[in-house]
Design a binder for this molecule. Structure first.
Ligand code: AMP
Length: 208
């Protein structure tokens, strides 16, 4: 099954995708994670990627599509995948096979800003925490691997507003493109509740 997640920054795509991947036994492919991997490993693409990500802009379509395509060619993606953060532009949407499901994570803008501003990430295992919700047990340390928690460069206040503008202008039109493949979910609620709702839908059980 090929599933695409679309939603603003902070709408909970990454967190929900991780849970969904575990339950559905599908690989979770995040273009944001692919880019961060290039930054950490200082690859030949790192400088170019950094010059966009740090300012809340989208990485050019050509590079994004190239790196994602390489990842999707790996064996684990043969059974399908959960795409988190792709497509983000019409060009990207038009260049891909139409997925079975496009899940639109709808979340109020104030919630997005609040979530991103309070978000911390483990610099080692990349687990996400939220200072207002999922706090770590020990301040600034990851519960799982004890790595240091950091704020992503692009979660800084001045960048958040730009990311939201980019989302509205470049990514929202993609929803119209996918038409009746799109199902909307309110992800302003707790993670467990919204994951359960999504899984019920994907397993075709009635959502109550
Ligand atoms: P994310 O982790 O999904 O919030 O992505 C972090 C950043 O990576 C975004 O703000 C963009 O700069 C970049 N990015 C992620 N996915 C894409 C994409 N599909 N197209 C272009 N840039 C992307």
């Amino acid at each position: 099954m090929k599933i695409v997640l679309i939603g603003g920054p902070g709408s909970g795509k990454g967190t929900r995708a991780k849970h969904m991947a575990k339950h559905l036994d599908l690989p979770h492919i995040s273009t944001g994670d692919i880019f961060r991997h290039h930054l950490e490993n200082k690859t030949e693409h790192a400088d170019e990627i950094k010059s966009f990500i740090d300012f809340g802009n989208l990485v050019p379509d050509s590079l994004t599509i190239k790196l994602l395509k390489k990842r999707l060619e790996e064996d684990d993606c043969k059974i399908g995948f959960i795409l988190d953060g792709f497509p983000r532009t019409m060009e990207q949407a038009k260049g891909m096979d139409i997925p079975e499901h496009v899940l639109f994570f709808d979340c109020h803008e104030n919630t997005l800003v609040d979530r991103l501003g309070n978000r911390l990430m483990c610099q080692d295992c990349k687990h996400i925490y939220n200072l207002k919700g999922q706090r770590p047990k020990v301040e600034n340390k990851c519960d799982g691997c004890e790595g240091d928690l950091i704020q992503r460069e692009d979660d800084k206040e001045e960048v958040i507003r730009d990311r939201l503008k980019v989302y509205k202008k470049q990514t929202e039109p993609v929803l119209d493109f996918f038409g009746n493949k799109v199902t909307k979910f309110d992800t302003g609620k707790e993670v467990e509740e919204s994951v359960e709702e999504i899984l019920k839908f994907l397993r075709k059980e009635p959502v109550v």
